[in-house]
Structures are given as C-alpha cells and as structure tokens.
Write a protein that binds this ligand. Structure first.
Ligand code: GDP
Length: 233
C-alpha cells in the first residue's frame, strides 16, 4: 500500500519541474493535465507525505459540500475522489498526481457529526501543519455548497489561508440548485463579505458538478497556480 511511510513521488525528475506539460510547441488540449490525474498516496501527517517538491493545490470543504464531485468533475473522471472516501482514508491527506511535478491534494472533510472531539483536534492540527509547512502548496480550493456558504468550517479555512499567506479560490458548487439570478446574488454576497473582511484577495466562482459548469474557470485558476503554460494555436 503506498499510503504509509516516506512515499516518493513516482517518476519525479527534478526540475523539468516548471516546464509546461507539453513543451513541444503544440497546444495542450485544455483538460488533458487534469484528466490524467491518478491516485498517488495517502498520508496521515506531513512526514509521511510525498516529497515536498513541485507544485500542488489542495481541495478542502465541509463534508457533503460537494468536494469529491468537484474533484471528479474538474479531472473529468467518474470516481477519482472515491479513493478519499474509502475506509481508512477519510481522515488522511490524499494526493493525486497530475504529472511529474504537479499534484492535487484532497484534504479530509470536516463536519461528520459523530466524529469525537479529540479527532476534531487532530484534524485541525494536521490541516494547520499542512497549510503552514508544505512548500509545494500553491493554493487552496475551498468548496462550499452554494446554499450554505461561509460556514464556521469555511471561515476557519479562510483565516488559515490568510494567516499563512496562501492563495484561495472559493468554489460555490451545486449552483444548479438555484436559479441563475439567485446564484449570482450569492456570488456577489460572498465576494462582498470576503472583500470586506479579509486583507488578501479571494476569488470566487460558481460551479456545478451536475451541469459541469464552471469547469473552465476552475482550470484557469489551477493553470495559474500550477504554472501550466498553454500556448495559443
Ligand atoms: P463531499 O462530502 O464534499 O465530497 O461531497 P460529495 O461530492 O460526495 O457530494 C455530496 C452530495 O451532494 C452527493 O449526494 C452529490 O451527488 C451531491 N452533489 C455534489 N455536487 C453536486 C452538484 O453540483 N449539484 C447537485 N445537484 N448535487 C451535487
């Protein structure tokens, strides 16, 4: 099992690192990098995570917000994130490899009612050390159910990202549950609240895994953070 103990990133060849995925001069099809995502490793804490080099983006969200569905939609895979929900892995950091140097990381969900207090504490310290110490981490996607944005969990994640100076993108998912107008209202409200409360800018976008909308915008943010260069045809 690749989940425990000092796992190395497969095929990591030091510093072809920041080259675009396709550097032959041809245009990379927009989704190919994300579509090739595959499970790499799970880690219970930072010191058994894949080596801290290259670039990664973490996905976070309250349980049931729609994080697994968003990861599957963004990677155009039916069940990529299912691995994070298998017994034994729900409380772990789950790493998905995009190419030799780029990764997406599924952070353990938060908010299961029956999780004991002690576990909430260990969840907090694991996430906090990951956010504060991981050098490869370039930004966080925070997934919120558009009908319940800015929960206490979300605010805690935002505070951490602000505190550790991490880029943050808020994805308001399940936007298909609201009319277009109501969805735009929530988008504006959340943007307004974040601008008023926080010093660092936070981007926000609408998303739906059901309708597969908002995917291109998500890819654009990821491309920027993961230093993916796409050439015009
Ligand atoms: P997670 O616990 O945050 O990983 O959430 P899941 O991705 O497992 O989704 C929780 C529930 O919300 C599931 O029943 C999904 O089918 C549903 N869901 C997720 N995304 C969407 C979406 O964009 N639209 C709708 N209508 N339902 C969604």
């Amino acid at each position: 099992m690749p989940s425990e103990g000092g796992v190395q990133v497969r095929g990591m060849s030091a510093f072809r690192s920041l080259l675009p995925v396709n550097h032959s001069g041809t245009q990379r099809p927009l989704n190919s990098l994300y579509h090739q995502a595959s499970f790499l490793a799970s880690a219970s804490r930072l010191n058994n995570a894949p080596s801290d080099s290259g670039l990664e983006v973490a996905f976070s969200g309250r349980s049931n917000a729609g994080k697994s569905s968003a990861l599957n939609t963004i990677t155009q895979q039916k069940s990529l994130a299912r691995v994070s929900k298998t017994p034994g892995r729900t409380q772990l950091l789950n790493f998905f490899q995009l190419d030799d140097v780029r990764r997406l990381v599924d952070l353990p969900g938060y908010g299961y009612a029956k999780v004991p207090e002690g576990m909430h504490k260990s969840w907090g310290s694991m996430i906090e050390s990951y956010l504060s110490q991981r050098k490869a981490l370039k930004g966080v996607f925070l997934i919120m159910d558009i009908r319940h944005p800015l929960t206490d969990f979300d605010l805690r994640m935002i505070e951490w990202c602000q505190h550790f100076d991490l880029a943050l993108h808020v994805v308001l998912t399940k936007s298909d549950k609201l009319s277009r107008g109501a969805g735009m209202d929530v988008l504006k409200k959340v943007r307004g609240t974040l601008t008023a409360r926080y010093a660092q800018p936070v981007s926000v976008s609408l998303f739906s895994s059901l309708k597969r909308s908002g995917v291109e915008e998500a890819h654009q943010v990821l491309d920027g953070w993961l230093e993916v260069v796409t050439k015009a045809p």
